[in-house]
Design a protein around this ligand. Structure first.
Ligand code: COA
Length: 415
């Protein structure tokens, strides 16, 4: 069962929806103001669904023109560097920050669900023996949550949030020939993730940096993977299926798969002064520069600033400061080159550029950048799943048929 406190808050939101849709939205005027569309006459073709508002949410608001991100009422700059990840998950699920007793109880619940069942571990061992990419292993293993008796939306969500880091860390170790490190229920979510990856308790600076990352990307409006999750839940399917689908959507290089390639470019450039030539050559070959451009943000992605500041702190304490400086130079050059290459397109730095730098500074290999994104975004996916379950409206757009209409059957032997 979704706990009562979550249901009450979601229902409150839908009462606001009944009164004034426009008020509940942020930055965009909804096309439809009085509930579900009743006729087809206003159907518009938008192959990327741009300009379409598919749901109302209290979870996050993205203003692409102003470069603002609000997470459950908090500007991302206010929340990301201060909250623990557990507080952000609680905030998204309950629409309120936990008090100390609620936080302790929630930490305990998450800590108690981190251990992987044997079936999940066996699957990960088999995937590692095949050398499967980490996102594929995560997608497969996330589905095993259904085996463990999590039989209602809240229990499923709890186990998913708790277990995704264990799956990623265990898989990475298995892939490298090491045995998984058992989770430590005493450690916080972020600290425990780093601990399970390395077997060593991380320093406070690393934990703060990872926590800042996880909080920054925990939710982000109706992004592709969140939409995928909502589409699945909207059929009255379960939360585990929604999260498995969302992981599949996140994997794509246009969504969560960009940070690895973004860092590759910095390494390929390698030294000061080479950025312009390398970047121009890539664009000349028709490639996109990873870490730049965004469907919604037409100014700098506010998450890039939050993560750049976190990366700067991390690299200043125990990182490769030269790499950080080079990344700054690559970003500056990329923006100049893109402005000339696609004038008027407003291609700015997106979250992935500094994600790559920050996670690299934490010692994470590029193969784990997208899985770590999933470890964070599962907070938003599960919260959106709750919202969609309460809304209980099948998501079913239309297609415009452009094929032939008068074909006649030709028997096989005559073709
Ligand atoms: N490098 C080079 N050109 C880019 C570009 C990039 N990173 N991002 C967009 N463009 C170009 C497109 O080729 C297109 O040019 P055209 O109109 O001449 O065909 C134009 O800018 C608009 O792109 P479009 O694909 O319509 O924008 P979108 O809103 O669909 O794309 C992204 C958004 C994120 C998919 C796109 O910017 C991209 O591919 N970025 C790189 C991948 C990335 O960093 N993803 C992480 C997103 S958080």
């Amino acid at each position: 069962m979704i706990p009562k406190s979550i249901l009450i808050n979601i229902r409150k939101m839908f009462r606001i929806w009944g009164r004034s849709t426009t008020k509940a939205c942020y930055g965009l005027d909804p096309i439809e103001k009085e509930g579900p569309m009743k006729s087809d006459s206003r159907a518009v073709l938008a192959s990327g669904l741009e300009g379409v508002i598919a749901a109302e949410t209290r979870l996050s608001a993205v203003d692409g023109a102003a470069g603002e991100l609000i997470i459950a009422g908090f500007p991302v700059e206010e929340l990301a560097g201060r909250a623990t990840f557990e507080e952000v998950v609680y905030l998204l699920w309950h629409d309120a920050l936990p008090d100390p007793a609620e936080l302790a109880a929630f930490r305990g619940e998450l800590g108690a669900h981190r251990v992987l069942p044997r079936a999940t571990l066996e699957l990960l061992r088999a995937a590692a023996a095949e050398g499967a990419p980490a996102m594929d292993a995560l997608r497969m293993a996330a589905g095993t949550v259904s085996l463990g008796g999590a039989d209602d939306p809240y229990a499923e969500a709890l186990v998913l949030v708790a277990r995704l880091p264990t799956i990623v860390a265990a898989y990475w170790r298995l892939l490298n020939g090491d045995e998984p490190v058992a989770p430590d229920p005493e450690l916080g979510h972020a600290a425990n993730y780093l601990y399970m990856l390395t077997g060593e308790e991380p320093g406070a600076e690393s934990v703060r940096a990872l926590e800042t990352y996880l909080n920054t990307v925990a939710d982000h409006g109706m992004n592709a993977s969140t939409f995928a999750a909502r589409v699945i839940v909207a059929t009255r399917s379960d939360v585990v299926s929604a999260i498995v689908g969302a992981i599949g959507a996140l994997k794509g290089p246009l969504h969560g798969g960009a940070p690895g390639p973004a860092l590759d470019v910095v390494f390929e450039i390698g030294e000061s002064g080479r950025a312009e030539a390398v970047l121009r050559e890539k664009l000349g070959r028709g490639e996109r520069l990873m870490g730049f451009g965004h469907r919604i943000y037409k100014v700098r992605d506010p998450r890039a600033d939050v993560l750049a500041a976190a990366a700067e702190r991390l690299y200043a304490t125990d990182g490769d400061e030269e790499l950080y400086k080079l990344a700054l130079e690559v970003e500056k050059t990329a923006l100049e080159v893109l402005a000339g290459h696609k004038p008027g397109r407003k291609l700015q730095t997106n979250v992935e550029f500094y994600t790559a730098l920050l996670l690299h500074g934490l010692g994470l290999p590029a193969e784990l950048f997208s899985p770590t994104f999933a470890v964070a975004r599962v907070a938003g996916w599960t919260a959106h799943s709750f919202e969609q379950q309460v809304l209980d409206r099948l998501i079913r757009p239309q297609s415009a048929y452009v094929g032939e209409k008068d074909r006649r059957w030709v028997p096989l032997e005559e073709r």
